[in-house]
Design a protein around this ligand. Structure first.
Ligand code: DX5
Ligand code: ZN
Length: 218
């Protein structure tokens, strides 16, 4: 079982309800990239706009917080359609407490690591993590090249989950996922895939999601 999560970072921001509708039948989750121009050098949506998108979404939403103070901000993104909230290890002062706060709201808790952060950072937090996000680009922008050199991190995370019997935790990859790269990430052990430009630059975004799914499992 794999999950494909289209990122609307490369969608038309002026017509988001329709852009979400174009992937609603094929996608598993909608990936919402929240950037504050502090943690990353780019800005996308503030809290108010994020909640508006979440509330309008025809799909459950996977919120990826690239913001400086996730400890106090994360649970503000909880709404009826919020399926998961992922915070960055590098931005958290108390990642364990923040993950627990998210889970207490009935939402899956994700922990993300940037390319330069060793995967060992998440190991002792595993009991409180529902999803490990291994960034396969430097966070901040869509359309970047997939970093194959992150695959050993995915492999290590997969071996921990297997060895510790954590069968309901997910491993997500985000950045540069396309028909050329998804199989590599799947074979390394990822089961949840964010795809931004691959989906929204395709003529038929819904069909591209199905192609990505087939390619991963091929
Ligand atoms: C990057 C974002 C990604 C981005 C992925 O900081 O977290 O979700 O939208 O876009 P692509 O698939 O184009 O790399
Ligand atoms: Zn993302």
């Amino acid at each position: 079982m794999i999950r494909i999560c289209p990122s609307i970072l490369n969608a038309n921001f002026d017509d988001l309800p329709n852009e979400i509708q174009r992937v609603a039948a094929q996608a598993d989750l909608l990936h919402l990239d929240v950037m504050d121009n502090v943690f990353v050098p780019n800005f996308t949506f503030d809290l108010e706009k994020s909640l508006e998108i979440i509330n309008q979404s025809a799909l459950p939403v996977d919120v990826h917080l690239m913001i400086a103070n996730p400890d106090s901000e994360a649970i503000k993104f909880v709404a009826a359609n919020t399926a998961s909230i992922t915070v960055h290890f590098e931005a958290c002062h108390n990642p364990q407490q923040t993950l627990r706060d998210i889970k207490h709201k009935g939402v899956r808790a994700g922990l993300a690591v940037k390319p330069n952060t060793p995967i060992e950072a998440v190991e002792e937090l595993l009991p409180d993590i529902d999803m490990i996000l291994v960034m396969t680009v430097e966070p901040g922008f869509g359309g970047q090249k997939f970093m194959t050199e992150m695959m050993p991190k995915v492999e290590k995370a997969r071996s921990w989950l297997r060895d510790k019997g954590f069968n309901d935790k997910w491993i997500q990859v985000d950045g540069g996922i396309s028909l050329e790269t998804i199989r590599t990430a799947y074979q390394a052990g990822a089961d949840t895939f964010v795809a931004g430009s691959a989906v929204y630059r395709a003529e038929n975004p819904g069909e591209m999601i199905e192609l990505l799914r087939q390619e991963a499992l091929s």
